[in-house]
Ligand binder design. Structure first.
Ligand code: ATP
Ligand code: MG
Length: 741
């Protein structure tokens, strides 16, 4: 196998945690991260299993050790990194400005790698490698430039190959001798990988085709042009290949070009087809920008495969939920949990539970929670997307596996207005959801507005739903994944039932068939056949619900007729709302019977509240009286100060209502976690318990459900881990019921 060598700087990068201009004020920083363009490049090769080595120089300090440890862990031969006692490893401080540009404070020239020079180890590596990767920046440093040039000549003379990333802005070309050095290097180059305008460094035409033709005419075998967020192109004598950009959430663009280049070279050296090499490189560059820290975004083959598989939907322009009805007949998952919460800890736990499974993660926002006016979370759909993606980035959950859904999209938040005004608002809302890339949209228009009956008839419900579907189709991003739709005429009210639940009437099979038929007509009346083809589910009442103190469990026998009716509705599954508090067995039976989308909301924040209260009690045992108020006392104050979200829902004596405020299945307390005073109390609780190991005996007493995992050593006895685990356990019931584990 070929062995790749590169020569150049190794440094650490320290990133400002805030955006703004430069470093003239004290500010929070993140890092150190291993860095240096040649180091990132070679690390990417190492991760892909291509033999690779780097010649560099660091100080005898932690910044140097950090790099050496990372590179060797990733498979890079570090024997050529000289450790210079008494000198310091290079560093770069970087801060992003609001417009995306960067300001730097460098210590490179005067650091250990500024004095890079041949050593016995570097000579041995030049003899032992048959490919050299050259960075244009290296040629601009006098001593280093010479060393690289000589290494290139020797490796060429040995029959090896050269790849060259100019990595230079045209402005600095006028440095003495630089242009000549670049020209000399280009004469030896087999693989040239410029980015953007660097294509024109040697050609003033600014005509892409002409510049490429001139480069190929020099004898360069492959030219790969990096186009940042626009993807990449490859040119060889045999023709051109393009790679469209993968859809990613950009966190930190530094290192994309080097990860791209390392991945490309790995495939190129292995004589892969140009399409394949470009596809993987494009994925490596795209994945790199999703990680904070320059070298943090290098990828293994498995990570690139996952990235490409996750985006396969893009290539075929399909929504991964589109064929959910067919999942039932195939190996693999047959349903999907729908996580309906805006609580960051609950979302994080759902991500952790979903990460090791083959399932995508469906997270839904409800009309009252997130809308164009902010809803009760204060977030618009675009805000909600950012909010969820930020959690994904922190947790390391691939954003390409996220599906965002909008729940109960319809006039509900404005039902006190006349119908036409309420529908106008609903239309604005669904446009905002569609435009923000929510790709699962629940059309819910069964509720009457001011002056109308509480529930509308099927035909009117369907007409309004079709109107909203049309708005969504108009507003959705043109190149994005087309949304799938959920319809329904018997829709439980958002937020759960208001009182005690006794008997429940299941949806009649005929009613389900009629709902589909009237929607089909209403969509057709607006010419929306294509959108109707993307209706994947129907909300029905399968006989599950919860009240303040009781849960109605699923009865498969009672639901036999409804389940069987699915065979008359090809391409559709049922969506079950209010599945919170069902047992794992009941959830499994629901999925088996075709209720393939299982919505869960209050159940998640309910178990989270249990865990927080358990930790609250543990904190009082360990630090009695140290806080002014317990979390529980603070929540009571917060809810009493603003009864809007519980007053109408909780009934009985004062004592009964006090109990329900904290312990009701309907979990109205969930509306209060974002309250600043509540958030402060939770933060104070976590601060107090910190990172310490909590006594097992107290976990047994106050968080009994988690105790077995702690005893077995599967769960760290720490506050944050315990809170997450409580929600993760519940999510795992859903994943398991859906066949994902
Ligand atoms: P560097 O800042 O590391 O020098 P570069 O300018 O050499 O970067 P870019 O063109 O920015 O390289 O990125 C390299 C490749 O990474 C692109 O050609 C593309 O394949 C991928 N890439 C970069 N940014 C994005 C993005 N926002 N979305 C998708 N893919 C991206
Ligand atoms: Mg570059």
């Amino acid at each position: 196998m070929h062995k790749v060598l590169t020569i150049g700087e190794v440094l650490v990068e320290i990133v400002a945690a805030t955006t703004g201009d430069g470093f003239q004020d004290a500010q929070p920083l993140v890092g150190p991260f291993p860095s240096g363009a040649p180091a990132i490049f070679i690390d990417q090769l190492g991760k892909l299993g291509t033999p690779a080595a780097i010649v560099s120089r660091v100080g005898d300090d932690d910044f140097g050790r950090l790099n050496i440890d990372r590179l060797s862990a990733d498979g890079v031969d570090v024997s050529g990194i000289e450790i210079a006692p008494g000198e310091s490893t290079g560093s770069a401080f970087v801060r992003y400005r609001d417009d995306g540009s960067r300001s730097f404070v460098y210590n490179i020239r005067n650091s250990a790698c500024g004095n890079l020079r041949p050593t016995a180890a570097s000579e041995a590596l030049i003899d032992g490698c048959d490919h050299l990767h050259v960075m244009g920046t290296a040629l601009s440093a006098p001593g280093l430039g010479q060393m690289v040039m000589q290494a290139a000549r020797r490796i060429k003379a040995q029959g090896g190959t050269i790849s060259f990333d100019p990595n230079l802005r045209p402005e600095i070309l006028d440095a003495p001798g630089l242009r000549e050095a670049l020209e000399d290097m280009l004469e030896m180059t087999d693989l040239f990988m410029p980015s953007g305008d660097e294509l024109f460094l040697f050609d003033k035409t600014r005509d892409e085709a002409a510049a490429v033709a001139a480069l190929l005419a020099r004898g360069i075998r492959t030219v790969v042009l990096k186009r940042g967020a626009d993807g990449a192109s490859l040119f060889e004598a045999a023709g051109r290949v393009d790679a469209a950009p993968l859809r990613v959430h950009e966190v930190d663009p530094t290192g994309a070009g080097d990860s791209f280049g390392g991945a490309f070279l790995s495939f190129w050296l292995a004589d892969a087809a140009p399409e394949q090499a470009l596809r993987y490189a494009n994925a490596a560059g795209a994945r790199a920008v999703t990680r904070l820290g320059p070298m943090e975004g290098t990828s293994t083959r498995a990570e690139l495969d996952a990235m490409l598989a996750g985006q396969a939907g893009d290539a075929t322009n399909a929504n991964s939920l589109k064929d959910i009805a067919a999942w039932r007949d195939r190996p693999g998952p047959s349903g999907i949990p729908s996580i309906c919460t805006a609580h960051p800890l609950a979302i994080e736990a759902a991500m952790r539970a979903t990460l090791p499974t083959p399932l995508p993660l469906l997270i839904e926002a409800t009309c009252n929670q997130v809308n164009q006016e902010g809803g009760y979370t204060g977030m618009t759909p675009a805000d909600f997307r950012r909010f969820v993606e930020d959690i994904a980035d922190r947790v390391g959950f691939p954003t390409e596996r996220l599906i965002l859904g909008g729940d109960h999209l319809g006039p509900n938040p404005w039902k006190d207005l006349p119908a036409d005004q309420a529908m106008d608002k609903a239309e604005v809302m669904i446009r905002a959801y569609a435009a923000a890339g929510f790709t699962k949209l629940h059309l819910d228009c069964s509720m009457g507005a001011a002056g109308e009956p509480v529930a509308l008839d099927d035909a009117e419900t369907a007409r309004r739903a079709a109107r909203l579907a049309q708005a969504a189709e108009e507003a959705r991003p043109e190149t994005g994944i087309p949304p799938v739709y959920i319809i329904g005429t018997e829709v439980p009210i958002p937020g759960g039932a208001m009182e005690e639940i006794e008997g429940l009437e299941l949806t009649a099979p005929d009613a389900a068939r009629t709902t589909v038929a009237v929607h089909k007509d209403a969509f057709a009346a607006r010419g929306l056949e294509d959108a109707f083809d993307r209706v994947i589910g129907l909300v029905v009442q399968p006989g599950v619900e919860f009240g303040n103190h009781n849960v109605v469990g699923y009865d498969p026998v009672a639901a036999t007729g409804l389940s069987a009716a699915l065979s008359d509705m090809p391409g559709l599954v049922y969506e079950a709302h209010s599945t919170d508090y069902q047992t794992r067995e009941a959830l499994t039976a629901l999925v088996n019977d075709g209720f393939s989308i299982l919505k869960v909301g209050p159940g998640l924040t309910f178990v989270l509240r249990e865990a927080l209260y358990g930790l609250d009690d543990i904190a009082e045992e360990l630090f009695p009286g140290q806080r002014d108020h317990t979390l529980r006392a603070t929540m009571e104050q917060v809810m009493l100060a603003n009864p809007r979200n519980w007053d109408r829902y909780y009934h009985g004596s004062d004592a009964e209502r006090a109990l329900q405020r904290h312990f009701s299945y309907s979990d109205r307390i969930r509306y209060y976690w974002p309250d600043p005073q509540a958030a402060q109390a939770v933060a104070e609780l976590f601060d107090l318990l910190g990172e310490r190991d909590l006594p097992e005996t107290l976990i047994g007493q106050y968080l009994g459900g988690l105790y077995p995992d702690v005893r077995a050593g599967r769960l760290a006895p720490r506050a944050n881990a315990l809170a997450l685990a409580a929600v993760q356990r519940l999510t795992q019931d859903y994943v398991s019921a859906c066949g994902g584990a």
